[in-house]
Design a protein around this ligand. Structure first.
Ligand SMILES: *Cc1c(COP(=O)(O)O)cnc(C)c1O
Length: 409
């Protein structure tokens, strides 16, 4: 495909105007929105307003006058649309890890007598660590870790909860959410889906798939900013029976009654814990306004076009330099990222970042490229592959400075 043909794709892209809503550094091609989403312009203005007016001038009155107290549910309702849930089924709080602790514990409580948490051995480590912590706490569960191919046949009557991340953070492999949810429920298990690499990247249909519980991340495709609060989903049918175990005052039925006895809120507020991080929540709320009126089916369509184009342009490079595609070619099995294995993956990625193409590296050998359809152009994909070709041709990646590992990779 020629550059002119690729530029023509940008000309007809219905999402092209969205790019203007982001502040992107000059000359940088950002293929890491799957790890830290770019900065929406409106966040800058919103934060200034919250800091100067709401905090600075209205001070503590803002809990009421500026609706700070309702932010966890208000922002949750915005995310609900993106993940196929009802507004009262999603709440924003804490981190993904902490939310997983809360919902996994509650889900296990709903399946007394069953002892297995089933997950993918390649699942994101924090998910596995949280599950391990819970088995140590409860002392009557077992974490069963298997490969993707073995999930189906490992679902048996012992499984209490099937815990999966819809899109594999390394390879970009996407599970069949509805199918696996049905299979797990047929065996009497509950499902907990982690949507860290799904929410904001493509349409998610939690209720259509009859999902029980889910958690997800605010700072990846939702662009809420570094360390943005995360979200959790509990299907309405489970809410009354979902027991909170991190029983903080914000989850109390009446926090300002200051009663000595804990009584959970009727609604999903029961899964919130302490005082919400208003600055971070305000940033996330503003970031979500970018999605207003956006057809997520169009986002998915563009995401696949971007990753298809990348894979196609990478073919000659992959053959010449030994990049091994780790991402499924089948659209239904692919998230919004493309990964290649390469034995020198770390140094190659550092050299590429020095050339202004920001992707990332995941041990042991994965180069990861994320495609955020709201701010990437087709031409960016073309330029990224051009610059990678230069890095490989010139042998730039061999320089010692690209071998040094930083604290965060
Ligand atoms: C990014 C990510 C997380 C992040 O968890 P935090 O607690 O927000 O740091 C969790 N799960 C998956 C699958 C992720 O990709």
């Amino acid at each position: 495909m020629t550059l002119a043909e690729i530029q023509a794709l940008d000309q007809v892209d219905p999402l092209a105007p969205k790019r203007d809503e982001f502040l992107l550094p000059e000359g940088v091609i950002y293929l890491d929105g799957n790890s830290l989403g770019a900065l929406p312009k409106r966040v800058v203005a919103r934060l200034a307003q919250v800091v100067q007016q709401e905090w600075g001038q209205s001070l503590i009155k803002s809990w009421n006058t500026h609706g700070w107290i309702d932010l966890p549910q208000r922002v949750g309702a915005r995310i609900a649309r993106l993940v196929g849930a009802e507004p009262d089924e999603v709440v924003v709080a804490d981190s993904t890890s902490v939310n997983l602790f809360k919902v996994l514990l509650a889900a296990l409580e709903l399946r007394p007598g069953r002892k297995v948490i089933l997950s993918d051995i390649a699942n994101f480590p924090t998910d596995l660590y949280i599950a391990q912590g819970i088995t140590e706490l409860l002392k009557r569960h077992e974490l069963r870790l298997v490969s993707k191919e073995e999930i189906d046949k490992s679902l048996d009557e012992e499984v209490a909860v099937l815990l999966l991340t819809e899109v594999d953070y390394r390879t970009g492999y996407r599970y069949e959410m509805a199918h696996l949810t049905r299979l797990a429920q047929q065996k009497g298990a509950l499902v907990v889906w982690d949507l860290a690499h799904s929410a904001g990247a493509f349409p998610v249909h939690l209720n259509q798939a009859q999902v029980d519980f889910a958690v997800g991340c605010g700072y990846k495709y939702l662009n809420g900013g570094p360390g943005a609060p995360a979200f959790l989903f509990v299907a309405r049918r489970h809410q009354a029976a979902t027991r909170p175990f991190l029983t903080g005052w914000m989850g109390h039925a009446d926090p300002f009654a200051f009663s000595p006895e804990y009584l959970p809120a009727q609604d999903l507020r029961r899964l919130t814990v302490g005082t919400p991080a208003i600055l971070s929540l305000s940033a996330l709320e503003a970031a979500l306004e970018v999605f207003e009126g956006v057809d997520m089916a169009l986002v998915r369509q563009k995401s696949l076009q971007l990753s298809d184009l990348f894979i196609r342009l990478m073919e000659p490079l992959a053959a010449r330099y030994g990049f091994q595609l780790a991402t499924p070619l089948e659209h239904a099995r692919r998230g919004s990222q493309v990964a290649y294995r390469h034995p020198e993956g770390y140094a190659v990625m550092q050299a590429l970042i020095a050339q202004g193409v920001v992707g990332d590296f995941r041990a042991p050998d994965i180069l990861r490229f994320g495609f955020a359809p709201l701010y990437l152009r087709f031409e960016d994909v073309y330029q990224a592959v051009q610059r990678l070709a230069q890095v490989m041709q010139s042998g730039l990646w061999r320089e010692a400075r690209f071998q040094e590992r930083a604290k965060v990779t």
